[in-house]
Design a protein around this ligand. Structure first.
Ligand code: PEP
Ligand code: MG
Length: 574
């Protein structure tokens, strides 16, 4: 077997060794052949048998999900079950087999091509995305006919499999929380795309932007994935394999050692206490939050509740979800971010097509344009606030007027609940994500109006440097150490301090140990990150004398280029 290396952008550290599983499209394998008239009856029988088998499979998966309380995926399976009954799957292929005397696989492909092209003409982006469901169902049937059933994305995964895909959407990635892949390799994607963030939150070694990975790697190739170096070694020789096995063991030992500091209060060596909070996507993350002993939840990305489904979650469903999370945190703070839908995190709430999604009707803009949708979420959050310490965080605020509208709607939601005699925390705090440069520039105005601030560096970098965070072709320009990014962060931290308001960083910079001392020197005392990074960051803080490194922050902020900033940071990290 040929041994070779593939490079990519490292997005989630650690080492995995396992067999490659390509996210295949069975439909590409389909061949066309002509049948004798007398074979047609049997071909139709074969087709019907595949449909029944797929139906049974889906029902089995559905029952398993229900047993494991993963109701959020039930809608996804129900959609596939419904599609199976649709005439495009249940009848049309039979007509095609009869009319063209062709094989069943080919009939499905023809039927699918027709349906897919109709989907492409739909202007509603949500409905257009449903094309994926149709393709997945067609693939499932085709795989049965080709003799290798199952194998669809997300299900029936062997342990230690490394998923190789062109791309993984956040909606797909969230499903991988239930399935233990050992690593991800994708051909596209940026360091701070939501897919990369999810890989980090799953603590699974991953690389993105590994061009041609799907062309070069074969199913079942042995792969070493080094998520720190951004390299995948395919079919390694025994010597390399042994080296990496040792490296993997050393990594696991390091992780274990970190457990020793879990219970210690996070205080720098000169006595400053630092708050370490967790970022979560759903209630499934609570276990890792507990394992990390985080001080609370600094960012609950609620948009994941709105993914992989056809209907909007109603007030009751949202309330139950928020309540269960806040109750499980037993008095620790939970910051719930209102729906941050749109751009690369498309959900059922996104309706309008937009030519430039990152700058379009997304996040709070979308919520303000759909007051009913927003009210439903606000009511659910307020109701849950009665059961613990909840704060509301608004994503992508860009003006004071917007903030005023938000506050007005929150007041309305409170008033309505009071009239209905429903209890909530009357003093609930309202914070804003600082991720649009316009807000950081005038952070002083916003710090006055907000109860707390949370710097979303992932988007702040994207919007300051005009770099699409999901695009691997410009990912070399996506730079957290750009002097302008740091200046905007400093403006925000200083404005918050001036107004005596709490300020956190909840973007990926907070979980990067190479940047911990930089942030401490800039005066940050509140970090929010995916739970898997908390203990590593804590270790770094315990070993840091903040007073000693503080003077370096003005030197850093006077630097004109990121190279000199990096060399100062390298020195502080020694
Ligand atoms: C950010 O932009 O930094 C952030 C934390 O939000 P998200 O990554 O969900 O956009
Ligand atoms: Mg953001």
């Amino acid at each position: 077997m040929v041994n070779f290396n593939l490079n990519g952008i490292p997005v989630s550290s650690g080492i995995s060794i396992g067999k490659a599983k390509l996210l295949t499209h069975a439909l590409m394998e389909v061949k066309h052949y002509t049948l004798d008239k007398k074979e047609i009856k049997n071909e139709i029988k074969r087709f019907n048998k595949a449909i029944t088998a797929v139906k049974n499979d889906l029902n089995k998966i559905k029952n398993n999900l229900l047993k494991n309380n993963q109701i959020e995926f039930e809608t996804f399976i129900n959609t596939h079950l419904l599609l199976l009954k649709d005439k495009n799957f249940s009848k049309k292929p039979i007509d095609i087999i009869q009319d063209n005397s062709c094989n069943a696989e080919w009939a499905i492909k023809i039927s699918l091509d027709e349906v897919a092209s109709r989907f492409d003409q739909i202007s509603d982006p949500y409905l257009r995305e449903r094309k994926l469901d149709v393709i997945q169902v067609a693939e499932r049937i085709t795989k049965y006919l080709l003799g290798h059933p199952g194998g669809q994305i997300g299900f029936h995964v062997e342990p230690n499999s490394i998923l190789v895909a062109h791309d993984i959407s956040p909606a797909d990635a969230i499903q991988f929380k239930q399935i233990k892949y050992a690593g991800f390799i994708t051909e596209v994607g940026g360091t701070n795309s939501h897919t990369a963030i999810l890989a980090r939150s799953l603590n699974i070694p991953s690389i993105v932007g590994s061009k041609l990975a799907k062309n070069i790697i074969n199913n079942d190739d042995l792969v070493i994935l080094d998520g720190d170096e951004g390299v995948a070694i395919i079919n390694p020789n025994q010597k390399i394999l042994d080296q990496y096995k040792n490296k993997k063991i050393a990594w696991a030992i390091e992780q274990k050692k970190l457990q020793k500091i879990k219970k210690i209060v996070c205080t720098s060596s000169d006595g400053e206490t630092i708050k370490l909070m967790a970022n979560i996507e759903d209630s499934g993350d609570i276990k890792s939050v507990k394992d990390s002993n985080a001080d609370g939840i600094g960012l609950f990305r609620t948009e994941f509740l709105f993914m992989n489904r056809e209907d909007l979650p109603n007030e009751e469903e949202q309330f139950q979800s928020y309540k269960s999370i806040v109750k499980s945190m037993r008095g620790r703070e939970v910051i719930i971010r209102t729906l941050d839908s749109g751009a690369d995190k498309m959900t059922v709430a996104d309706k309008k097509e937009t030519s430039n999604p990152a700058l379009g009707l997304r996040a709070i803009r979308l919520c303000l344009s759909e007051p009913r949708l927003f009210m439903t979420q606000l009511r659910a959050i307020l109701r849950a606030s009665y059961f613990g310490k909840i704060k509301i965080l608004i994503p992508m605020i860009s003006s004071i007027q917007e903030l005023k509208q938000v506050k007005l709607l929150i007041e309305r939601a409170k008033l309505a609940l009071s009239k209905e005699k429903i209890k909530y925390d009357e003093n609930i705090e309202i914070g804003g994500m600082i991720e649009v440069p316009a807000v950081a520039i005038n952070a002083d105005f916003f710090a006055k109006e907000l109860d707390f601030l949370s710097i979303g560096t992932n988007d702040l970098i994207q919007y300051t440097l005009a770099i699409d965070r999901t695009d691997d072709s410009v990912s070399h320009l996506y730079n957290s150490l750009h002097p302008s990014v740091l200046k905007l962060m400093a403006l925000t931290i200083n404005a918050a301090k001036k107004h005596n308001k709490e300020v956190a960083v909840c973007g990926e910079m907070a979980g990067d140990t190479k940047l911990t001392r930089l942030l401490l020197a800039m005066g940050l005392t509140n970090f929010s990150m995916h739970p898997a990074s908390i203990l590593q960051v804590k270790q770094k803080i315990l070993e840091t004398n903040i007073k000693k490194i503080k003077p370096l922050s003005s030197k850093i902020l006077k630097s004109t280029d990121s190279d000199s900033i990096e060399s100062i940071i390298n020195k502080i990290n020694l």
